[in-house]
Design a protein around this ligand. Structure first.
Ligand code: DX5
Ligand code: ZN
Length: 228
């Protein structure tokens, strides 16, 4: 059964105090740190890249989940690996050869994730790509900015993928909060990204533990149903 991993998105943190912000969410129960890399080409925004990830690396042992919103996913693999990235999650829409990108990521010693935008169907990633990937990310907003509204219409894709891949990490990213976690967890996501929902919360530890509980409860139901 895939375990719950709660991944605060550092995009919603105070970038002037990145290390302290990372430690704050880890202390409050975060499993992973979600690092949104944007290049101004694949998405209309620029955030951070390998040098900043490398600067943060010595300050925490947390798993670095790098969400690569970049136009040329193969180009940054070596840099992110050297910087200490552990998951390299690229967008299916950004490449014609996802299998070779996955292979390069694995050769660089990282896990490989494949992300799909709201308009990309689940079927586009299903098959050899999903099988080769360690994680599938179903975006629940258009990538590019934090603080957007959750798109529930993306959840049927999570359901389809969970049914097909009962043991794979499936991540949801965008607009996840206390009011939308049920939809993500019940659809079958086990990796939960939240920027605003965690960093702007009064009690981030309550949010993180609630997310974990809801994911684990839903995953137990899936496992029980599969064993019947
Ligand atoms: C959006 C990023 C998300 C973003 C989520 O393009 O991929 O990771 O930080 O932020 P919230 O949780 O505020 O929607
Ligand atoms: Zn992200």
């Amino acid at each position: 059964m895939p375990s719950a991993k709660i991944a605060p998105s550092m995009l919603a943190s105070d970038f002037a105090h990145l290390a302290a912000e990372a430690k704050r969410v880890v202390k409050n129960g975060a499993d992973w740190l979600h690092l949104d890399v944007m290049d101004g080409h694949f998405v209309p925004n620029i955030t951070l890249g390998a040098p900043i990830i490398a600067s943060l690396r010595p300050h925490t042992d947390a798993y670095f989940d790098c969400h690569m919103m970049v136009a040329d996913p193969a180009r940054w693999i070596e840099d992110i690996a050297k910087a200490g990235g552990q998951m390299y999650c690229f967008h299916l829409e950004a490449t014609d050869d996802p299998l070779s990108v996955i292979d390069k990521i694995h050769k660089a010693g990282m896990q490989a994730g494949v992300a799909i935008k709201p308009d990309t169907p689940a079927e586009a990633v299903m098959g050899p790509v999903a099988e080769a990937a360690d994680m599938i990310l179903v975006m629940s907003v258009e990538p590019g900015f934090g603080g957007q509204k959750f798109m529930p219409q993306c959840m049927p894709k999570v359901e389809t993928l969970r049914k097909k891949y009962p043991n794979k990490d499936i991540e949801v990213d965008g607009g996840v909060s206390m009011s939308t976690i049920d939809q993500s967890a019940d659809a079958g996501a086990n990796v939960i990204v939240a920027g605003t929902g965690i960093f702007k919360a009064e009690d981030p530890s309550d949010v993180i533990s609630t997310f974990r509980e809801k994911v684990n409860t839903a995953q137990q139901k899936f496992a029980a149903a599969a064993n019947q």
